[in-house]
Design a protein around this ligand. Structure first.
Ligand code: SF4
Length: 494
């Protein structure tokens, strides 16, 4: 019997097609243990679903406890009976199987929906609408497709009940904008076709080095494959789609590093749609550097970093599941003297607004007391989070004050202002972990990551174990110190 297409296959496919291949046909012995953060996401997802269901103020048919064929039969019976709301059903048609969280009756037919413990859309702000998430859209479209095949579908307008208590309608037949005319339904059809080809082994996939890999249970296996293939995605920022475009002409990093770059240039363009000449040269420079024996990072453009009497290396920790910023950490250094370093931390002991506000207020007062100084942070995240906190707690600071704090006279985004535009590294990516580790810095924790910190915070809130609290702080302190190590290296390079 052929493998059915499920919503989770489509969800994974949107994130990484190779994940589908590996989950279906990979050697399970080569799987990494499930990342504790992913485990936490599952648990929180289930808890949230239960909360939503328990707070439903209306009768519904509950099929959650059943499985497989019995569940399918009961779902069909419930729909034929005209149940207004069905929770935890299972629907199947041809090679498609779906388990929508909700089936809601409308005009004697059904629309499907899922309960998600995240935001129902991506992007968007106070004044702008968000966009549908493609990985949610393909799951919802699968349910609609099955309902249509079964003759139970009421329009292609499934829904998400999200973490903010909002119902978000996914209008699958509407074009996604002036530039992107395809509808979500068109996208679903394309994804479904790829899924069918992978399942039938008519289409093979390749791993691609990306940020999401670090949370994936195939990371070790895929990294080995990528290194064996000398894959182009090991070049920072090249990524899957560019690799797939280049693959017909360039098989691996070695070939690319030694290629005559002008052979790929046609007038003002390259032979690779979507990759300009400057980008191609940049990627080749990176490939050459990575493959050079004893390669060292270098400056592409000179950097002048003045000395400051006081320097702050700043990093926040946030929990997206609770939408709370729980830690503001600083390494403070005086007169460039490492012996003067001290770690200052402001921690929300509880994931509540009161505690989040208190920690932000103290961190804000501390930074202002430190002026004049230079604040270093890595990528735009700290700035984004402080702007968000300012909107939430306007009594602490004005928007102009936050804006002024992050101006270039007082603050430097090491990643966007220096690392990315001005330096090259013989590494697979430019994350602070990768670069500081390359420079010999090591984190005290054996498993340092922002995702792990969130998992520890959940444990701290639940069990109040002081060693877990300390682990969160040690990790953050090391993240801050890693920035100092990186800055000193750049000063040396300059
Ligand atoms: S490790 Fe990366 S490439 Fe491999 S399956 Fe996971 S997400 Fe895909």
């Amino acid at each position: 019997m052929s493998i059915p297409i499920t919503a989770s296959i489509l969800y994974n496919l949107v994130q990484c097609p190779h994940r589908v291949t590996m989950d279906l046909f990979g050697n399970p012995a080569k799987k990494d243990p499930t990342n504790p953060f992913i485990q936490l996401l599952w648990e929180k997802g289930n808890e949230f679903e239960l909360e939503v269901i328990e707070s439903l103020n209306r009768p519904f048919t509950n099929l959650k406890a059943y499985s497989n064929e019995e569940k399918e039969n009961l779902t069909i019976e419930a729909m034929k009976r005209g149940s207004d709301l069905i929770y935890g059903g299972r629907i199947r048609a041809d090679d498609l199987i779906g388990e929508p969280d909700m089936l809601r009756r409308l005009n004697a037919k059904y629309i499907a929906g899922d309960i998600k413990s995240g935001a129902g859309e991506e992007g968007g702000g106070e004044d702008t609408d968000g966009k549908p998430k493609k990985h949610y859209a393909v799951q919802l479209a699968l349910y609609v497709d099955i309902l249509e095949r079964l003759g139970f579908s009421e329009r292609r307008r499934p829904f998400i009940w999200d973490v903010h208590g909002k119902e978000i309608i996914y209008d699958l037949d509407v074009s996604q904008g002036a530039r992107k005319t395809a509808t979500l339904w068109d996208e679903y059809q394309a994804v479904l076709e790829v899924a069918r080809n992978i399942v039938a082994r008519k289409e093979s996939t390749l791993p691609a080095y990306a940020g999401i890999c670090k949370l994936c249970h195939w990371f070790t296996a895929c990294k080995q494959t990528l290194e064996k293939l000398d894959d182009l995605t090991l070049i920072p920022e090249l990524g899957r789609s560019k690799r797939d475009i280049m693959l017909a002409c360039v098989k691996c990093r070695g070939d690319f590093a030694s290629a005559e770059i002008m052979s790929f240039v046609q007038g003002k363009k390259t032979a690779f749609p979507g990759i300009g000449i400057d980008s191609l040269i940049k990627f080749q420079d990176r490939a050459i550097l990575q493959r050079k024996q004893g390669a060292k990072p270098y400056l592409k453009i000179p950097v002048t970093i003045p000395h400051y009497d006081r320097e702050l290396f700043f990093d926040v920790e946030t929990d997206p599941m609770r939408d709370v910023c729980y830690l503001h950490g600083f390494i403070e250094r005086l007169n460039g003297n490492n012996a003067s370093e001290r770690y200052i931390v402001f921690f929300a002991e509880e994931p509540t607004e009161e505690e989040e506000k208190r920690a932000f207020e103290l961190a804000w007062a501390y930074v202002n007391n430190c002026m004049p100084c230079m604040i270093y942070y890595y990528s735009a995240y700290e700035r984004t989070i402080w702007s968000k906190l300012q909107k939430k707690y306007p009594s602490i600071a004005t928007a102009e004050e936050i804006e002024s704090l992050f101006n270039s006279m007082k603050a430097t985004d090491l990643y966007h202002h220096i690392i990315r535009p001005r330096t090259e590294w013989p590494t697979y990516d430019h994350s602070i972990k990768t670069l500081a580790s390359y420079l010999g810095f090591s984190w005290r924790d054996p498993n340092p990551s922002g995702a792990a910190s969130i998992e520890w915070y959940h444990r701290w809130v639940k069990n109040r174990d002081p060693s877990v609290r300390q682990r969160i702080m040690d990790y953050n302190e090391d993240d801050c110190r890693a920035m100092r190590v990186l800055l000193d290296e750049i000063r040396q390079m300059s």
